[in-house]
Design a binder for this molecule. Sequence first.
Ligand SMILES: NC(=O)c1ccc[n+]([C@@H]2O[C@H](COP(=O)([O-])OP(=O)(O)OC[C@H]3O[C@@H](n4cnc5c(N)ncnc54)[C@H](OP(=O)(O)O)[C@@H]3O)[C@@H](O)[C@H]2O)c1
Length: 267
Amino acid sequence: MWKRLADQWALVTGASAGLGAEFSRQLASRGMHLVLVARRGDLMTELAHELHTKHGTRCEIILADLSDPVEPRRILDEISAKGISIELLVNNAGFGVVGEVDSADIDRLLQLIRLNISALTELTYRILPGMLERGHGAILNVSSLSAFQPVAYMGVYAASKAFVLHLSEALHCELYDRGITVTAVCPGVTRTSFFDIAGAPGWLQKHSSLAVEPVVKLALNALARRQQCVIPGWKNFFLTLLVRITSRRRVVKESTRFFRPRRKTGQ
Ligand SMILES: NC(=O)c1ccc[n+]([C@@H]2O[C@H](COP(=O)([O-])OP(=O)(O)OC[C@H]3O[C@@H](n4cnc5c(N)ncnc54)[C@H](OP(=O)(O)O)[C@@H]3O)[C@@H](O)[C@H]2O)c1
């Protein structure tokens, strides 16, 4: 697969940091050129410079807030105006929100849905027709371990990732025989700024986690093997089975241990 994809273009959303920056590094090392999309241009410029120096990668940087509904279409128009055709789409951009209903910022939750669900869906459905016409192409969607069960105090995020997993698996099945691979990667806790941004600072340091490099490597290997879904880490794989071997009620109840906000005495 990587031989065929060398010198072809990948579009990576959320490329400025964390898993997205690492996807970009590992795809560049496999010879792909990259369209990098996120809001922080300075980080993407640095990354593009690094990848060009190390691998001769051509990078196009597109600044976009993907929670803005007009942006997916604008990005794709910009890409086609440059005469670039996307062979691999990595739908990685996303964020989580941790907190109680009482203090929920509804605008932030809707922004999450527009980024994690709507933008991913629109990019996927707008890019697929070209891939189908050519008879080849691949999509890697970043879901999460939280896609396998509801997570208390992180309900909207977990539900958004269940959407990503279900959509990806349905498309995998629909498109496999038409030359297109759709793979979902479901990482567990991974060392990025995700938890700080989600509103759970310090959480990462208190839990076992994986580094970005092995998570991305496993995801790309699974894509190359045309897998439907991959869960990095055997402990994480075991956690996805809990919902099958015990009751859903119990599994959700257990999840309260993770993100229940500490209450001050007297509250
Ligand atoms: N880390 C984990 O434990 C973990 C576990 C399971 C799944 N995931 C998933 O992995 C993916 C990557 O997250 P990460 O862990 O790498 O977190 P991260 O380090 O916070 O990176 C998130 C990326 O998404 C981009 N992004 C956020 N909001 C955006 C917006 N409105 N428009 C465009 N880009 C936006 C950010 O770029 P800008 O801020 O520059 O826009 C950044 O590049 C997410 O989908 C996340 O849900 C993470």
